[in-house]
Design a protein around this ligand. Sequence first.
Ligand code: STX
Length: 325
Amino acid sequence: MTQPEHLDEILYPRIKPYDRGELLVGEGNRVYYEQCGNPEGKPVVFLHGGPGAGLSKWHRRFFDPERYRIVLLDQRGCGRSIPHASDPDADLRHNTTWHLVADLELLRRNLGIETWMVFGGSWGSALALAYAQTHPEAVSEIVLRGIFTLRRHELEWFYEGGASAIFPDLWEDFIAPIPVLERAHLIEAYHRRLADPDPAVHVPAAVAWSRWEAATLTLEHDDELVASMTEPKAATAFARIENHYFLHGGWFREGQLIGGVDAIRHIPAVIVQGRYDVCTPIMTAWDLHRAWPEAELVVVPDASHSASEPGIAAALRAATDRFAG
Ligand code: STX
């Protein structure tokens, strides 16, 4: 996707990495990472969404490149990491939340970083909470956006019918590939198709899954975002990885991430949330805020989910500017 032009007025200038590498994380997986900004700056790690969405170039631009050492990675199976989950017979057994948490810790140590800021939106907010609660001593600050913790009712809201109340038109397209008798459990019904090694079966399912999400992420429909997220290879990895994680509840106990804030409440944190976020409704940010009042909650009144929305992007930049010291 070309970088959204409106971000030129909100975020830092377009930059290129000063370093790119591959982290060998075991089981044949290679995790792509890159570093941007100032090698002597304050370390921050960017955690993308999905899971399975991969990096975009504009993700580099939430941080002052003079003051930050910006580390970004494509989580297992997506983006430039290999093997890619779009491979017809991809095996996702070694792709779980706890593998990703371990990958982050390995990357931090390999890069010689003592502590880093953790910055994540949507699925990235879940991964940030899981990582910080497992390795609190490695985390200097936390910036979260579009809070998502994979509780049963969050998954049911977006993938089992709740959000059809707001997007009934797009919902019809989401359920269209699934026979009526299977619609009581859409995540499971989609799983059967997405796991099929035949591209004639898994690609159309992946595109329908990804279109539902892409088309509901922004306050106003964004054609470019939908086009980039429904490109068959990206859509297949995105849909397969998301579906695999959601089928397993992220390998969390119900309520684990909000229940686990005691381990991290001493860490300075900002929570940015769009009021009209349909993908990850504000109820979850509110529950997190109630459990963790020390973290600052910034509600953006005229935004939905995507970090590219102007109010969200501006609030995120303000947070990283403040933590830069
Ligand atoms: N998925 C939420 C999520 O993490 C349930 C997500 N959805 N779309 C995105 O992230 C991108 C904006 C990164 C494409």
